[in-house]
Design a protein around this ligand. Structure first.
Ligand code: NAD
Ligand code: ZN
Length: 363
């Protein structure tokens, strides 16, 4: 097992990464001296596969868990489900010392984390991420929240878990498309922070795609360490944390205009990162050779790097980018790469330059 620490003073916590960790859940919660009553929040897909092991582990360690299952999919991240969870927690008499376990992908993590942040003004919570995306990204860093009709993640909080347990064995049942989508975030860490990680992915992505747990553990641990370092320096995104949004300004717009569901988040930010790389070549000196390496690696991961973009779709992309909550004072700012492993954030870019980058990813 690998351990990565997120250093945030008295809110610091460890991330455990390895195979078979779900069975250690109860023991680890006991070690943290968490209260007896707890709730495991999961979705229908993950619940079927993992709830039994989680509940057994908690019960054996002396906890009294209640299981709350929400439907699978992005629409579960709703205030309606927050309400459902609150009611179940109250019925099970969870109190200030109680805790919540988020067992699932990013959807469950964001929802359960938000419930934990707000129920009784905040109770402890533990993240047990079961998608690659959740293991390398959403379970670490403390952003929790739900969607409104007006847009994604519009209600939320910064609320750190007490522990993250990334059990690599759970990934065995993850659909191939979801696994590849997670690779888009893995590759992102290479581009924004770690040229060595990027080169290593170039060498052996084919093996990663087969999900062998040994090499996967190293990569997941490295991604978590990068996220932990960034979040440790800038928890609430006043500066550096913005680099995690590389490729996301355009990526979010792509998700938005194509109706959530057509592209998975990882697929949209794959195209978004290739566009951001093109933009970087034009604006911040990213060598054309690096643009090609970036595009090739996303391709090798089985991710889309181009999309159909007629004039109407482009217009919508710009409208969506202006509405993105990362826009402040009406200005769209970009994270741009100088070379693989090094980016700058808060870069103003003219609309014409964005348009030229979109040309390169449209087919
Ligand atoms: N909080 C953050 O910092 C942060 C960062 C990135 C993304 N997010 C959020 O994360 C969400 C996306 O997360 P996701 O990609 O994990 O999606 P998800 O939670 O919807 O999971 C994807 C699908 O895989 C299924 N699944 C999960 N684990 C499985 C397993 N082990 N075996 C079989 N099926 C499994 C789920 O039921 C679901 O159908 C979005 O809502 C996004 O906004 C949050
Ligand atoms: Zn992302």
């Amino acid at each position: 097992m690998r351990v990565v620490n997120v250093s945030l003073g008295d809110r610091s916590y460890p991330i455990h990464i390895g195979p078979g960790l779900l069975a250690t859940l109860g023991r680890e919660c006991a070690r943290l001296k968490l209260g007896t009553r707890c709730a495991v929040i999961t979705d229908t897909n993950v619940g079927k596969r993992c709830a039994k092991t989680a509940l057994r582990s908690l019960t054996r360690a002396g906890f009294a868990p209640v299981l709350i299952t929400v439907p699978a999919g992005e629409t579960a991240k709703s205030l309606k489900n927050v309400q459902t969870c609150y009611d179940r927690l109250a019925a099970h008499r969870l109190e200030r010392k109680s805790f919540i376990v988020a067992l699932g992908g990013g959807v469950v993590g964001d929802l359960a984390g938000f419930v934990a942040a707000t129920y009784l003004r905040g109770i402890d919570f533990v993240q047990v991420p079961t998608t690659l995306l959740a293991q390398v990204d959403s379970s670490v860093g403390g952003k929790v929240g739900v969607n409104l009709k007006a847009g994604k993640n519009l209600v939320g909080a910064f609320y750190q878990p007490r522990l993250v347990l990334a059990d690599l064995t759970t990934l065995a049942t993850l659909p191939e498309r979801e696994f590849r989508a997670g690779l888009a975030e893995v590759i992102k860490y290479g581009i924004i922070y770690d040229a060595k990680l990027f080169a290593r992915l170039e060498r052996d992505l084919p093996r990663r795609r087969r999900r062998q747990t040994q090499p996967l553990a190293e990569v997941v641990a490295r991604c978590c360490a990068i996220k932990a370092e960034v979040v440790g320096q800038d928890e609430t995104e006043s500066g550096l944390r913005a680099i995690l949004n590389f490729g996301h300004t355009i990526g979010h717009a792509i998700e938005n205009i194509s109706g959530y569901g057509k592209y998975l988040h990882g697929e949209a930010i794959s195209i978004g990162q290739v566009a951001a790389a093109e933009l970087s070549a034009a604006q911040s000196g990213l060598p054309q050779r690096d643009v090609a390496r970036i595009e090739n690696l996303f391709r090798a991961a089985g991710l889309p790097v181009t999309m159909k973009l007629n004039p109407a779709a482009r217009k919508k992309i710009f409208a969506a980018m202006r509405l993105d909550k990362k826009v402040s004072g009406g200005e769209i700012k970009f994270v741009l790469a100088r070379k693989i492993g090094r980016v700058v954030w808060g870069q103003r870019v003219a609309e014409a330059a964005v348009n030229a980058a979109l040309d390169k990813v449209s087919r």
